[in-house]
Design a protein around this ligand. Sequence first.
Ligand SMILES: Nc1ncnc2c1ncn2[C@@H]1O[C@H](COP(=O)(O)OP(=O)(O)O)[C@@H](O)[C@H]1O
Ligand SMILES: [Mg+2]
Length: 261
Amino acid sequence: MAIANQKGGVGKTTTAINLGTALAAVGERVLLVDADPQGNASTGLGVPKARRTTTLYDVLVGGAPMGSAIVNTAVPGLDIIPADADLSGAEIELSGHSRRSYLLREAVSRLAADGHQYNYLLIDCPPSLNLLTVNAMTAADAVLVPLQCEFFALEGLTQLMRTVELVRGSLNPALEIQGVVLTMYDRRNSLSEQVAADVRGHFGDKVYDAVIPRNVRVSEAPSFGKPALIYDLKCAGSQAYLRLAREVVRREGARRAKIAA
Ligand SMILES: Nc1ncnc2c1ncn2[C@@H]1O[C@H](COP(=O)(O)OP(=O)(O)O)[C@@H](O)[C@H]1O
Ligand SMILES: [Mg+2]
């Protein structure tokens, strides 16, 4: 699942970390792929630069097997492919590569054969519709779009939807949008409520019932290198991510049932 929105600061990384942790908590085996050169998911999961010896850059540009880049996190059942600033060079370095859009997909497809079994791969995309995001969407079955409850929430979504359509039309016909998650919802702010209503009007039942509240505990957790669910399981943000995980599992079950039928 590609966690994508070309806007920065909307909660992609926070969702990748905490949805990943919540899925692991309900018994799924999860691999988080940090596809942002800022490496925030790696930092937020407590993987220091010194432990990022093999990164997504080495996989995409250097052809390293993905299995060699797996780092275990402190959360049982949650592993990560870390990223660092090297990844910012990938776009230019791969520009002449004929299969440049398929590199992540091909790396992922070798994982199981190399003995690495996961139920969910979550790809934390950069804040751009660049080659890394295209690789994520080409490798994914589904896209999860975090939308921040602020005035310009829907702005830029046309380009995001167009990118999804383009990838579906050429690189990955199976791609679908699994859902839209409202993030940083502030119930004391009437604007949040208005934005949530607008987004539900626009996306209908694609919007998850679970809404992620604005919550200080969620924003504090990464500085301790911990998911919010480990830092403070009881806080409203952690509980919302647990509800989101259950919805994600339900929707993925429905997708698989449709394919099997
Ligand atoms: N539910 C939340 N409550 C409070 N702060 C949040 C919440 N979700 C994200 N943040 C904060 O907002 C900022 C941007 O979030 P982040 O997940 O890094 O966005 P993105 O990956 O889309 O750039 C971070 O400082 C993060 O801690
Ligand atoms: Mg991010």
